[in-house]
Design a protein around this ligand. Structure first.
Ligand code: TXA
Ligand code: MG
Length: 321
């Protein structure tokens, strides 16, 4: 990991204090951060991302002691999960405290909170001494950045600073769990799995259905995490045939799969790992690379159905056209 000078963290915190927007690494993806108590600075995030104003942001906290300042009527389960998984890739949806600006929550009465696990994110939060509102540092609907270069390429001219913390370890956005219902409800799968949550809570955890998600988080179902090149999800056994048909039409085609097939002119293979964690770590970087080549079509192998592939499958489903 590139080690930014301590000055960089101090400068980033200073920029946040003066209402600036700073991109910073987390263990999941890079975030586009602003002072969560400064509505104008938060407004800048929406402008840079071109994100609809009703789409709420996640508030990043320095540690669990800040929870009571940002949420109210906090259930015991929140503390159990925070104790077990923070700092880490888990976002909790709770009733918002009165101080949380409407701009952050998209006007909803709830707020998403997490303590990120990346040392540089924690250093920044500590130095800043408050909460940082941050969505992923990409344009609305596009693939999330897992390297500082991804942010530089897409938003470089518009942010006040990019803190480079190297490639993100997890590579997919945090698990989002709503604690607003009788039972915890997963709104977005991530590295903290359903099983891990259930074990920590000693209780079943529900999974949001499409309808529930639409109500709660507008945009979560819209085309999301998508590259600019049309991407199609194809069963492994049909990949070669689909690619051949597109090549026959004169297209240049990228194939993202866990195994390479026969080399042909106009066909580009991007190999992804067999292990789901390693796959998650590489997926967005591979999508960025394949997208940058300016091909006509990308085909991605349909990942396995097992629970351990759930978060990966979810992102591929949303990214595919
Ligand atoms: O890993 C992550 O969570 C990254 C890093 C930067 O922390 N952040 C991230 O933010 O993925 P973003 O904005 O790209 O996605 C945040 C998701 C959105 O789908 C949003 O709808 C949901 O969190 N969300 C935020 N507040 C919510 C709330 N009060 N109720 C329901 N969903 C909420
Ligand atoms: Mg995002």
């Amino acid at each position: 990991m590139p080690t930014p000078a301590p000055d960089d963290v101090a400068r980033a915190a200073q920029l946040l204090r003066s209402g600036g927007v700073v991109a910073f690494p987390t263990e999941t993806v890079y975030g586009l951060g602003a002072d969560a108590l400064n509505p104008q600075a938060v407004g800048q995030i929406f402008a840079i991302k071109r994100r609809p104003p009703n789409h709420p942001l996640i508030v990043h906290l320095p540690d669990v002691s800040y929870l009571k300042d940002w949420a109210r009527d906090i259930p015991r389960a929140a503390y159990v999960l925070a104790e077990k998984f923070w700092p880490g890739p888990l976002t909790l949806i709770l009733q918002r405290a009165a101080r949380v600006p409407d701009q952050v929550t998209g006007g909803q009465d709830s707020v998403g909170l997490r303590v990120p696990g990346h040392p540089l994110a924690l250093a920044l939060l500590k130095e800043f001494g408050g909460a940082i509102a941050a969505p992923s540092a990409n344009r609305f609907g596009h693939v999330s950045p897992t390297r500082a270069e991804h942010v530089r390429e897409e938003l470089g001219g518009e942010v006040d600073m990019i803190l480079d913390g190297g490639p993100c370890q997890v590579g997919l956005e945090s698990t989002i769990v709503s604690l607003l219902e009788a039972r915890p409800l997963i709104l977005r799968p991530g590295a903290v799995s359903r099983g891990m949550l259930a074990e920590a809570l000693g209780d079943e955890v529900e999974v949001a259905t499409a309808e529930k998600v639409t109500l709660r988080a507008p945009g979560m179902l819209a085309s999301h995490y998508a590259p600019r090149t049309p991407l199609h999800k194809v069963p492994a056994a049909a990949l070669e045939q689909r690619a051949a048909a597109l090549l026959a039409q004169g297209q240049r085609v990228g194939v993202l799969a866990r195994q390479a097939g026969k080399q042909k002119s106009g066909l580009y293979y991007y190999l992804l790992p067999d292990d789901p964690k390693a796959y998650a770590h590489e997926l967005y970087d591979t999508l960025h690379k394949a997208d940058a080549r300016g091909l006509d079509t990308l085909l991605i192998e349909d990942p396995p159905q097992d629970e351990v592939w759930w978060a990966v499958r979810d992102r591929i489903m949303r990214a595919a056209t």
